[in-house]
Design a protein around this ligand. Structure first.
Ligand SMILES: Cc1cc2nc3c(=O)[nH]c(=O)nc-3n(C[C@H](O)[C@H](O)[C@H](O)COP(=O)(O)OP(=O)(O)OC[C@H]3O[C@@H](n4cnc5c(N)ncnc54)[C@H](O)[C@@H]3O)c2cc1C
Length: 397
């Protein structure tokens, strides 16, 4: 085993221990989303930092521990075993840490990136809108125009994670007319900018999970708060997705694995033994099906991460892996609830939150149907190209 593999295994064990002893027992409080939950999150974040468990996959030159996504996967899975782990371990900020580090100006790095890496700031990403189709960026309405060295931003965004506590949002806006791949820009907007309004929290499936609606009314920010070049928004969105979908999916895999463990624990428990659950074929079939779904999804994620590390195009691998993880998580949460009986449905059970989260994964970060359609299109194009080449070779021979 290589040195990195040993240290990621050791870090994964430490994280698991921290999560089991300090986060999971507090999940009931953290789920409330109130001031007490916020204070506790902050306190647990500080403890995670002191234990060396924070920001494990931040860019290497900015304090991260891993230069390879594949090496980080097993650690990220542990971070994701609780819905609250990614926030407390700083993993929620990893994608923005990369985006700001690679595409931010000196002033963006100083004002937004530095506090983010220290855990002193929270980030959010504002793309989705009430009046546009999330799966079709060309329908985006939010406007940004440059005047006297400042971006002037107007528009609405919704379902924005963490915006209620974030100190800034990376806003995707239309900055010019013309083809979509030249007319969107990503602009960093501080939450205290005049005209930046938190309109309302949005509850999902009966519980507030940290999503919000925002509005921007004549918000002004300096010209160099744009990420990369103006008009590069689509290219940056693709970069975000190549890493972001893997990061999010591996955390969901953590929730799926935890659901599997809860299910097995119940089967072996006194109550499970009373009902002789381990002897029932339908129960064994559930264990098998969930295990297979999780293991297959883990392999697909690894394949996507290997290509990411090698700098190769990985859109198909990432999308297939994301779809597989969502299915694995939904199956795992549903089977665990079934085996737990009524207790699995109770709000005090972690499965109630996991089950809600599982449903959202089929829409968040790319709706299932849109991803399936895109993957099918790519696969057909690739097969067509192979077929054409074979036919051409036959004709030459
Ligand atoms: C928990 C959660 C957190 C979120 N966090 C954020 C955030 O932090 N920032 C942010 O900007 N957004 C966020 N979102 C929004 C999310 O990114 C969008 O919901 C997602 O991109 C889908 O866009 P949409 O909701 O507009 O659905 P649409 O794109 O309108 O799609 C609706 C449905 O239409 C169908 N459909 C669409 N395209 C196709 C196709 N090509 N083929 C077949 N069927 C299709 C599918 O059934 C799809 O589910 C979050 C959403 C959730 C649920």
């Amino acid at each position: 085993m290589s040195q990195v593999a040993i240290s990621s295994a050791a870090l994964g064990r430490k994280l698991r221990q921290f999560l089991n002893t300090q986060i999971i027992p507090n999940e009931g409080i953290l789920a409330q989303g109130d001031n007490l939950a916020r204070e506790l999150t902050l306190d647990l974040t500080r403890r995670a930092q002191q234990a060396g468990l924070f920001g494990s996959f931040y860019p290497l030159h900015r304090g991260g521990r891993f230069g390879s996504l594949v090496d980080y996967l097993s650690v990220a899975e542990q971070e994701g075993r609780s819905e609250y782990g990614p926030g407390i371990f700083g993993a929620d900020a990893t994608l923005d840490a990369y985006m700001l580090s690679q595409h931010g100006s000196a002033s963006v790095k100083q004002r937004f990136l530095t506090p983010l890496l220290k855990g002193d700031a929270v980030s959010s990403y504002a793309m989705s809108e009430p009046d546009s189709i999330g799966s079709i960026p060309a329908t985006m309405q939010c406007q940004a125009h440059l005047q006297d060295g400042k971006w002037h931003i107007n528009g609405r965004k919704w379902f924005i994670c963490r915006a209620q506590v974030a100190s800034f949002a990376t806003v995707v806006a239309r900055s010019s007319d013309g083809p979509i791949d030249q007319s969107l820009s990503m602009i960093v907007v501080p939450s205290d900018a005049q005209g930046f309004k938190l309109v309302r929290p949005i509850s999902l499936l009966g519980r507030y999970q940290g999503q919000n609606e925002l509005s921007f009314h004549h918000v002004q920010v300096p010209q160099d708060y744009v990420l990369g070049q103006a008009g590069q928004g689509i290219a940056l969105m693709q970069k975000r997705l190549a890493l972001g979908r893997v990061l999010r999916s591996v955390q969901w895999l953590g929730l799926a694995q935890r659901s599997f463990e809860i299910m097995c624990e119940r089967i072996h428990s006194e109550r499970g033994q009373m009902a002789r659950l381990a002897d029932k074929q339908l129960v064994r079939a559930r264990v098998y099906t969930v295990y297979r779904a999780i293991s297959a999804a883990r392999c697909l994620l690894r394949e996507a991460a290997l290509k990411f590390d090698a700098g190769l195009p990985n859109a198909v691998e990432v999308n297939v892996a994301k779809l597989a993880v969502s299915d694995a998580l939904s199956q795992a949460a549903d089977s665990a609830i079934q085996i737990m009986g009524a207790e699995g449905l109770a709000d005090w059970s972690p499965l109630s939150g996991i089950y809600r989260a599982a449903r959202t994964t089929h829409i968040l970060d790319g709706a299932d149907d849109a991803l399936i359609s895109t993957v099918g299109k790519h696969l057909l194009q690739a097969q067509y190209a192979i077929q054409e080449e074979t036919d051409m070779n036959k004709a030459i021979a």
